[in-house]
Design a protein around this ligand. Structure first.
Ligand code: FE
Length: 346
C-alpha cells in the first residue's frame, strides 16, 4: 500500500517535471515570484484555462534577481513578480529585464504606475497611511508633514527607516519638499517616535493597541490582514483600536506604492509572457489579485473589494514612481544622517 502510494507520488512528480508542451497545446510560461503562491495561483489557473498556456511558478522570498543574473541567457524565467517600486527598479537596474511595448498595458495602467521605458508595470496599489488610536486621537485628517509637529512627541510607531516601504515614502517627501525640508521633517519625525523603529507594520498597530503610541505608519492591506485574521484573532483587536487616516488626501494625495511585474531579458517564452502580463493587467485579474491581498487595483475603473471600500475613499499622490525610485538612495542616506533607527532618545 505504502509502496503504491510512493509509486503514485513519483509518477505525479514525473508528470509535473515533463516538458509542458506535450500536455498543453499553448505551451508554457515561467514565473519567478516574490509574491506568495496563494496570491497568484487563482489567476494563473484562470489564465491557463483561457489560453491553454501552462504557468510554472518558482516562489522565493529573496534572491530571484541574483538568480536571474547568474543564469544569464539560459535563465528559464519569463516574468518576475514582486512588490515595491524599489524592488521593481532594482530588477531593471540589474539588467535582467526588457521593455514591453503593449498598447493594452498602456491603456490599463496609468502612466505614474509604469516605467517610462516600459521596463516595469504595476498591477496593484497600496497606500502608506496612518492608523490612529480611535480612543486618543480626535482628528480625522492628517498630513505627513504634521508627523514632525512636537504635539506628537513620544506618540508615533514606525518600522525601520531603511525598510523599502519607508524609503519610498521618504523619497516622495524629498520630491515634494526638497532635500533640506525633507531632512528636517525626518529629524522631527524621529524626535516624535515612541520607541526605536522595530518590527513590521502590524507591530506598529499593536503598539497603538497597547498604548505605546497613538499613530502607527502602515500599508493599507495590513489593516485587511488584521481585520480578517482568524488564525491570530488578537490582531482583530489591534485593527479595531485604530482608524485609517489617508494623509494629504485634501492636497497632493496619499503616498502609494505598488506590486508589479517585469519581463525577463532572456524570456524563453516571450510571446506567452506578454500574454500573461496583459492578462494580469486585465480588469478581471487585477480585481482578483487586489482582493486577495486587500489592495487597490492599479486601474481606477476597476472596483475595490467591500472591505477595502470600508476604509473610505482617498486621493492618491500622482507623483511618478520613477521619480520616487530615483530618490530612494538619497532617502536612505538621510535615514542614516538623522540616525533615524536609533529612535527618539539620541
Ligand atoms: Fe508588505
Amino acid at each position: 500500500m505504502i509502496r503504491n502510494h510512493r509509486a503514485l507520488a513519483l509518477a505525479m512528480l514525473a508528470a509535473t517535471l515533463l516538458p509542458a508542451g506535450s500536455a498543453l497545446a499553448g505551451g508554457e510560461v515561467n514565473i519567478y515570484s516574490y509574491r506568495q503562491e496563494f496570491l497568484i495561483r487563482p489567476l494563473l489557473d484562470a489564465f491557463t484555462k483561457k489560453t491553454g498556456i501552462k504557468a510554472n511558478v518558482i516562489f522565493a522570498s529573496k534572491g530571484l534577481v541574483d538568480r536571474m543574473k547568474a543564469e544569464g541567457s539560459v535563465s528559464p524565467a519569463d516574468i518576475l513578480l514582486t512588490v515595491d517600486i524599489g524592488r521593481l527598479t532594482n530588477a531593471v537596474e540589474s539588467g535582467v529585464t526588457q521593455p514591453v511595448n503593449s498598447a493594452f498595458l498602456a491603456k490599463q495602467i496609468p502612466p505614474q504606475y509604469r516605467g517610462k521605458s516600459n521596463q516595469w508595470f504595476a498591477l496593484t496599489r497600496r497606500a502608506r497611511v496612518i492608523l490612529a488610536s480611535k480612543e486618543r486621537v480626535k482628528q480625522d485628517k492628517i498630513r505627513y508633514e504634521e508627523l514632525a509637529d512636537p504635539k506628537w512627541k513620544g506618540k508615533i510607531c514606525i518600522r525601520s527607516g531603511q525598510h523599502v516601504y519607508n524609503l519610498a515614502l521618504f523619497a516622495a517627501m524629498i520630491a515634494h519638499l526638497g532635500e533640506e525640508k525633507a531632512k528636517a521633517w525626518l529629524a522631527g519625525l524621529k524626535a516624535n517616535l515612541a520607541r526605536k523603529p522595530s518590527g513590521n507594520d502590524r507591530n506598529q498597530t499593536k503598539g497603538v493597541y497597547s498604548g505605546i503610541c497613538d499613530l502607527a505608519i502602515s500599508n493599507t492591506y495590513y489593516m485587511g490582514k488584521m481585520q480578517t485574521n482568524d488564525k491570530k484573532p488578537e490582531q482583530k483587536k489591534w485593527a479595531a483600536s485604530v482608524k485609517m487616516l489617508f494623509p494629504n488626501t485634501d492636497g497632493r494625495g496619499t503616498h502609494v506604492n505598488v506590486s508589479g511585474m517585469v519581463l525577463a531579458k532572456y524570456a524563453p517564452h516571450k510571446a506567452n509572457a506578454i500574454k500573461l502580463m496583459e492578462y494580469l493587467a486585465s480588469d478581471e485579474a487585477q480585481k482578483i489579485y487586489a482582493e486577495t491581498n486587500h489592495e487597490y487595483p492599479v486601474s481606477d475603473h476597476v472596483p475595490w473589494s467591500d472591505l477595502v471600500k470600508s476604509w473610505g475613499v482617498f486621493k492618491a499622490d500622482d507623483l511618478t514612481l520613477d521619480k520616487v525610485a530615483s530618490l530612494r538612495r538619497k532617502a536612505s542616506e538621510m535615514v542614516d544622517e538623522v540616525n533615524f533607527n536609533a529612535g527618539p532618545s539620541n
